[in-house]
Ligand binder design. Structure first.
Ligand SMILES: [Zn+2]
Length: 94
């Protein structure tokens, strides 16, 4: 059986009892409620974090695909031949 501390006389009060057996002060189960709320928030946060980790979550500006000019020709020097774009067949553009 869980025991809680009385807020008035600091005596041990059974969790099932709503009054302190020593000073007859009504015991408010605020501790268990706070723990329950904190646990719920923790579980909810962990659940949301897991969902975002699995499904990517909302897109962040830092993760958006940005055109990198250096990615097309990595470490291209003057000795490398030009890309095939010069001899590629012309595409029909309106
Ligand atoms: Zn008491």
């Amino acid at each position: 059986m869980a025991l809680t501390a009385c807020t008035h006389c600091q005596g041990l009060v059974p969790a099932a009892s709503d009054r302190c057996p020593n000073c007859d002060t009504p015991v408010v189960a605020r501790r268990s409620r706070a723990v329950r709320i904190a646990g719920g928030l923790f579980v909810g946060g962990a659940f949301a974090t897991t969902l975002m980790a699995c499904y990517g979550g909302p897109p962040r500006p830092t993760e958006l695909p940005q055109p990198t000019p250096g990615s097309a020709s990595p470490s291209s020097t003057s000795t490398d031949p030009p890309p095939v774009s010069t001899i590629a067949p012309p595409e029909a553009k309106p």
